[in-house]
Design a protein around this ligand. Sequence first.
Ligand SMILES: NC(=O)c1ccc[n+]([C@@H]2O[C@H](COP(=O)([O-])OP(=O)(O)OC[C@H]3O[C@@H](n4cnc5c(N)ncnc54)[C@H](OP(=O)(O)O)[C@@H]3O)[C@@H](O)[C@H]2O)c1
Length: 268
Amino acid sequence: MSVSSSHSAASRILKIGIVGFGSFAQFLSKTMIRQGHILRAASRTDYSNLCSQMGISFFRNVDELLEAENDVILICTSILSLSEVLRSLPLHRLKRPTLFADVLSVKEHPRNVLLQVLPAECDVLCTHPMFGPESGKDGWKDLTLMYERVRIRDEAICSSFLQIFESEGCRMLEMSCEEHDKMAARSQFITHTIGRILSEMEIQSTSIDTKGFERLVQLKESTMRDSFDLFSGLFVHNRFAQQELENLQLAFNKVKQKLVEKMNEEQN
Ligand SMILES: NC(=O)c1ccc[n+]([C@@H]2O[C@H](COP(=O)([O-])OP(=O)(O)OC[C@H]3O[C@@H](n4cnc5c(N)ncnc54)[C@H](OP(=O)(O)O)[C@@H]3O)[C@@H](O)[C@H]2O)c1
């Protein structure tokens, strides 16, 4: 694992074709456009109006997106749909070797599928911006961009793509996809699971909230802003998540047992 603060290569204007133009892709696009990059997008849903307001060419047909001259194809689909979306891309329509980058919140799964489906001449960069529309709404400074350079031959394109994040002040963290998934199962997945549990309990602000409880209500609210596809993807496609869910349950049982023991002690 290494944190880098500067890439020597000069950045350049990139032509970026986005596959999956949901809320996270829309959030990333605003910054990329401000930086002067040229964006195109294709998605299952028709985003042509939104894209035309943002200055992005929208293609209903992904064939046309792949046929355009792209430096980077940026995969922003849900974790659950990734395999189906990638396997249905008409990759023979690519005009030239292209960098494929993804932003999925799990990393071994996209790395494996990208390596399986892409032609050998395409480069692969796996990334996970550890922030979203809420935490990154006032800028990306000091927010972490995790990445693994899985298969990179065109250093200039890869560096220019990473510069998008670096130039916003992101903390650039190079880490293997496996290491990421291990850590994310114990951190991000547990955070989302607790947020979902709090939502099932229907916790609400009260007139006597402590600061700690205010944070729990915020956690519930921020978790529920993400789709259930995103949350379940963190579990289904991270091989370390099942064990962490077990650990959470064991820890819950232990705490409950300690409380019951104490109550029994007091009553005797
Ligand atoms: N939200 C965040 O804060 C955040 C942060 C870091 C990384 N990410 C990652 O970014 C990606 C997108 O996240 P998100 O927040 O926008 O929500 P999401 O629910 O994880 O993904 C929504 C995207 O997936 C597409 N999609 C879903 N099911 C599909 C299917 N069956 N066929 C084709 N496309 C399908 C949607 O297309 P349509 O909109 O066209 O229907 C949309 O582009 C995810 O992989 C997520 O893990 C998100």
